[in-house]
Design a protein. Structure first.
Length: 263
């Protein structure tokens, strides 16, 4: 077994072409990580992200892969590992929304299966493959742990959305996934966490901006403001860097207090 390459730790960020993925990648770069950026296809946003990170002297490479093709994930992880010769962190950020917002009584099998396939099944098997790869590789830095961080949503436990049932259900499965992997991997030096963003300014929430503005104004978010993607990015970067290394399997709500039932 060959020793991993010395130098900066390496993080794989899935769904890096989106706004949240980009914010996470930038925060990890600032924290000292080199990056492997993954998405379903090449895009202008992904290319600009790579260029911006590389301009700061950070190693940044793009590896395209459809994560839904789970039979290809082992080879994908090996390609990712080969980029920098090591892999210290996985951020499960890729995901899809519903095909059409609407009543749960109108949810189609196509939309339900799509959410489950990408938001849960793909992330489960990618986490499995990454964990196996990490276990096979000895760590170079004394005491440094590795991390697998999964992005879910505030709408999986305390809050129920009326028009995103299949999306929320698929994300809820991630909460149990994180706990199972956390229990298995804690003694392997791999920390697993779940991060639940709340109402974030992003492309995904743009179509519902007026509705959410109203909810925020009415006090639904105790912080009385939208969340910024960079706030989630900083949390992920600190988790990846070992700031909460004894918080096995914990969930962090980055939601301005939405999970609090205030009265």
């Amino acid at each position: 077994m060959s020793a991993p390459a010395l130098g900066r730790p390496v993080a794989l960020v899935t769904g890096a072409g989106g706004g949240l993925g980009g914010a996470i990648a930038r925060a990890l770069a600032i924290k000292g990580f080199d990056l492997v950026l993954n998405d379903l296809r090449e895009s202008v946003a992904l290319a600009h992200l790579r260029e911006a990170i590389a301009h700061e002297g950070v190693g940044a490479n793009i590896v395209i892969q459809d994560l839904g093709a789970v039979d290809e994930l082992e080879a994908f992880v090996e390609r990712v590992h080969a980029v920098h010769g090591r892999l210290d962190c996985l951020v499960n950020n890729a995901g899809v929304s519903v095909l059409s917002r609407g009543d749960i009584l109108d949810v189609t099998p196509e939309s339900f299966d799509r959410c489950l396939a990408i938001n849960l099944r793909a992330q489960f098997f990618l986490t499995q493959k990454v964990a196996r790869r990490m276990i096979r590789e000895p760590r170079t830095e004394e005491g440094r742990r590795r991390a697998i961080i999964t992005i879910s949503t505030v709408a999986v436990e305390h809050i129920v959305g009326r028009v995103l049932a299949e999306y929320s259900i698929s994300k809820a499965g991630l909460s149990h996934m994180v706990k199972h992997f956390a229990a298995r991997l804690a003694t392997e030096g791999i920390d697993c966490y779940e991060v639940r963003p709340g109402m974030m300014k992003s492309d995904m929430t743009a179509s519902s901006r007026d509705k959410y503005d109203g909810l925020i104004a009415a006090g639904f978010v105790p912080a009385h403001r939208w969340g910024e993607l960079a706030e989630v990015g900083r949390v992920v970067a600190n988790l990846a860097d070992g700031a909460l290394s004894y918080a096995v399997g914990q969930t962090l709500n980055i939601d301005g207090g939405m999970y609090l039932k205030t009265f």
